[in-house]
Structures are given as structure tokens and as C-alpha cells.
Design a protein around this ligand. Structure first.
Ligand code: NDP
Ligand code: 2IT
Length: 451
């Protein structure tokens, strides 16, 4: 079984690694998708002749550019900007912008690659892209962030547009940054269009876009849990991160009856055995989104909580884990600890937060485990709904958007079940998500000829 296709995929991966040296995250993301499609390639060998893997892993375009700006002391600063336009087979390029000191070409390519399959899963017509910069917003004034965003957009605007490429937020890019980016885009292009998503509600943004990734992850988790007759009610949930995705995953999990006991940032995590409540969460939103403070302050404000510097939250006993911070934040040892503590469900809010070793352990234990490209797709899906509202110059109610988000997450779950079910009731969500996304994108590429 899987003879020639497995040999082909092995040799393809060696070639990809040689051709893209030093891009560990990109190799990891491609390796996961290719391992999911081996049996499909065995059944459809024409895809090998069409060199579909070689084509789907080569970005259609990579833009790298200088971003010069001046800090508040009058010092010149230089950062590097990126936009990786990976695949436009099923729609205009779409994907977030990340501002974080770790940003490099490998991270941009892995994210744009993941985005291509994620966007295909949303049922909406969107291709895959990602952009960003090694700019670190931490400790910068609003004026510095604005000057940086204006300089970044001065180059990026040449490469984007409502029918070509529509960026949005990601790590380090939220409502404030989208505002500055949009303002500069509008000024340079002299057009008011939906070329960015995640906009403010008064100027073209969609209701529920800020909430959508975290809420969508919880809707997806509900579908997963339902396959085993379970739900959020009464469950203890461990969440990493304290940004956009983590805050809204916590909010929805809590409202669905779970007890959320951790949040984190890159310095450490807080454990609140009593669980978050609406008041505590509002305080966290103020802390992170307005004061731009650190999560350790939670333990000063709420004495029932403890702060663990330099650690991640995976050692805290839970039923459900939601990694919502960054890539490779949950390794094999962390996975073993979660399993030993009785965790039954891991739902990724972040992109590629679990290492391959962690995923292997989850699969071996046959717990419910979903990859980010399935469970965090609610964010980009709602961006797609924002694009539609902009195009028809209308604004939907929160209930209308929420109903669509619910339907989309449920459709993604059904696609994962269709392609990932193993017959004994177990769903391999990694295989299901990768295969469903791959079949759609590869099919569209073949239809459109060799371009
Ligand atoms: P935010 O910038 O709002 O929050 C990021 C959070 O993760 C912060 O708490 C941050 O801590 C923490 N974090 C970032 N980098 C690291 C690191 N290297 N180690 C430990 N903690 C880290 O970003 P989002 O919430 O938007 O994004 C979180 C994840 O979700 C990312 O993987 C992103 O790609 C993914 N995602 C986001 C979507 C969206 O709509 N925003 C949609 C789909 C996926 P600190 O403040 O210390 O940096
Ligand atoms: O990773 C992601 O899906 C995002 N950061 C959201 C992208 C988008 O275009 O809304």
C-alpha cells in the first residue's frame, strides 16, 4: 500500500528542504499536508504528473521590502516587510499580517501555506497569503506604531486590492494597526474599499470579526465534543495566549459553561483555580487591548490566581486545551502531560501550535484533536463575510454574522469528518482538514491549466 506515492512524497520532501534551506516552519507545515495526501495521490497519480505538490508549495509571488521609519527620539529604524501570495486558485489572496520580532521568510511561508488550505475549508472564495514584519510593537508608542504602519503600507499598497489581495490582522496586528494601515492605503490609493478586513465598525468592519476566531474555535470544539456525547458544560479549559484569539475563546468557552483557568503571554502564565468570569475577562481585555500590559498583572489584581514566570500552562490539569498563542508552543512532553492529566480534547486557536511529536501523541491516544487550519478558520471566514458586506455596501447584524459563522464551522467539521473518519468512529481531523483543502485547491489549479 502507498508504495509509489509514498516514495514520491519522500523524494518531494527532500527536494523541498534542499530548495528552501533553513525554513524549518515551512518544511513542517508542508510535511504535515503531504503526509495526509499520500493515499489520495496513490489513487490519482495524474496529480503527480501534473506536479501539483511542486506547484502548490511554490508561492505565486513573494514580496520583501524595506520599512524605514523614525522613532520618538528621532532615530532612524529599519525593519523588513513581507507579503507571501501563496495561491490564488480559488479566490483573491487573503490572510493576516503579523508584527513580531520572530517574523522571517520561513514563518511567512508556513502561514501563507496553511492559510491556503484553511481558506479553502471556509467554503468561501479566498486564496492564501500572509504578510508581516519583524517590527516589535511591544513598548512602542501609538505614534511610533502609526509611523511604522504608514511606511509599511506605502510599499504594500502596490501589491494589494479588494480583488487581488486582502490583508487582515494576526499577532501584533489588531484594530489599532488595521486603522493606521487602512488610513494610509486610502490616502495613497484614493479609494474607500474593503481591501483590509478587521476594520472598525464605523468604517466598514463587520460585527463579530474581533470575536470570530475564538468563538469559531469553540463552535468547532462543540462539534468535536458532540461526536462523543460531550460539551463544554462543567469542563475545565486551559488556554494559552491572552490576545485576540485567547480572549474570545475564553469568553465563549465560559459562556458555554466551562471553567477557564489559565491565560498566558510570552513571559509566563496565570492559573486561576476559580476560573475566569465576565468581570475578570473585561479586566483582561482592558489590560491587553488598552493598557497593553502583561498577564502577570492578573495575579496582582485577583489574589486567587498565581503567576508562573517563564512557563506555559500545559501542566495544569484540564479536560480541554486551547493553544491560542503561537506556533510550536505545545511539544511532545507537554502533550504527554496533558494526556496524563486526563485531557480529552485539544482545539488549536493558533496556527500550528502543536509540534509533530505532540500531534503524534494525541493521535496515538485517540483523543479529539483539531489542527488550527480547521478550528481557527472562523476568523478568516468572518473576514470573508466582511468582504461580502463591503462589496454589497451593507451591514449585517451580529446575529446574522454569528449564524453564518456557526454554519461555516459546522461545515468545516463535516468536511473533516468526511475525509478523516477511520470507520471506527475516530476522526483524524489533521488528515480530514488537509485532504478536504487539498482536493479543492488542487482541483481548481488543474481546471485553470498550467499557470
Ligand atoms: P495577539 O497578538 O492578539 O496575541 C498573541 C498572544 O500570543 C499574546 O498573548 C502573545 O504574548 C502570545 N505570544 C505571541 N508570540 C508568542 C511566543 N513566541 N511565545 C509565547 N507567547 C506568544 O495575536 P492573536 O491572538 O491574533 O493570534 C494568536 C494566534 O492565533 C497566532 O498563531 C495567529 O496566527 C492565530 N490566528 C489569529 C487569527 C486572528 O483572527 N487574529 C485567526 C486565526 C489564527 P506577548 O504579548 O508576550 O507577545
Ligand atoms: O491566520 C489567520 O487566519 C488570520 N490571521 C486571519 C486572516 C484573515 O484574513 O482574517
Amino acid at each position: 500500500m502507498n508504495g509509489f506515492a509514498q516514495r514520491y512524497v519522500d523524494s518531494f520532501m527532500s527536494g523541498l528542504i534542499a530548495r528552501n534551506p533553513g525554513e524549518a516552519e515551512f518544511h513542517q507545515a508542508v510535511g504535515e499536508v503531504t503526509s495526509s495526501v499520500v493515499s489520495y495521490l496513490e489513487a490519482y497519480p495524474n496529480l503527480i504528473e501534473e506536479k501539483i505538490l511542486e506547484r502548490i508549495t511554490e508561492p505565486e509571488r513573494v514580496v520583501m521590502f524595506r520599512v524605514p521609519w523614525m522613532d520618538d527620539r528621532g532615530q532612524v529604524q529599519i525593519n523588513r516587510g513581507f507579503r507571501v501570495q501563496m495561491n490564488s486558485a480559488i479566490g483573491p489572496y487573503k490572510g493576516g499580517i503579523r508584527f513580531h520580532p520572530s517574523v522571517n521568510l520561513s514563518i511567512m511561508k508556513f502561514l501563507a501555506f496553511e492559510q491556503t488550505f484553511k481558506n479553502a475549508l471556509t467554503t468561501l472564495p479566498m486564496g492564501g497569503a500572509k504578510g508581516g514584519s519583524d517590527f516589535n510593537p511591544r513598548g512602542k508608542s501609538d505614534a511610533e506604531v502609526m509611523r511604522f504602519c504608514q511606511s509599511f503600507m506605502t510599499e504594500l499598497q502596490r501589491h494589494i486590492g479588494q480583488d487581488t489581495d486582502v490583508p487582515a490582522g494576526d499577532i501584533g496586528v489588531g484594530g489599532r494597526e488595521i486603522g493606521y494601515l487602512f488610513g494610509q492605503y486610502k490616502r495613497l490609493r484614493d479609494e474607500f474599499t474593503g481591501t483590509l478586513t478587521g476594520k472598525g465598525l464605523a468604517w466598514g468592519g463587520s460585527l463579530l470579526r474581533p470575536e470570530a476566531t475564538g468563538y469559531g474555535a469553540c463552535y468547532f470544539a462543540e462539534e468535536m465534543l458532540a461526536t462523543r456525547g460531550e460539551g463544554f458544560k462543567g469542563k475545565t479549559v486551559v488556554i494559552s495566549g491572552s490576545g485576540n484569539v485567547a480572549q474570545h475563546a475564553a469568553e465563549k468557552a465560559m459562556r458555554l459553561g466551562a471553567k477557564v483557568v489559565t491565560l498566558s503571554d510570552s513571559d509566563g502564565f496565570i492559573h486561576d483555580p476559580d476560573g475566569l468570569d465576565e468581570e475578570k475577562l473585561q479586566w483582561v481585555k482592558q489590560l491587553k487591548n488598552m493598557r497593553r500590559g502583561r498577564i502577570r498583572e492578573y495575579a496582582d489584581k485577583f489574589p486567587t490566581a498565581s503567576y508562573y514566570p517563564g512557563q506555559r500552562p500545559w501542566g495544569i490539569k484540564c479536560n480541554i486545551a486551547m493553544p491560542c498563542a503561537t506556533q510550536n508552543e505545545l511539544d511532545g512532553d507537554a502533550a504527554a502531560t496533558l494526556l496524563a492529566n486526563g485531557c480529552i480534547c485539544v482545539v488549536e486557536g493558533a496556527n500550528m501550535p502543536s509540534t509533530p511529536e505532540a500531534i503524534a501523541r494525541f493521535k496515538e491516544a485517540r483523543i479529539l484533536y483539531s489542527p488550527g487550519k480547521a478550528s481557527n478558520a472562523g476568523g478568516v471566514a468572518t473576514s470573508g463575510l466582511e468582504m461580502t458586506q463591503n462589496s454589497v455596501r451593507q451591514k449585517w447584524t451580529a446575529d446574522e454574522v454569528d449564524a453564518q459563522l456557526h454554519r461555516i464551522m459546522s461545515d468545516i467539521h463535516a468536511a473533516c469528518a468526511k475525509y478523516g473518519s477511520e470507520g471506527d468512529g475516530y476522526i483524524d481531523y489533521v488528515k480530514g482538514a488537509n485532504l478536504a483543502g487539498f482536493i479543492k485547491v488542487a482541483g481548481a489549479m488543474i481546471d485553470q491549466g498550467l499557470v
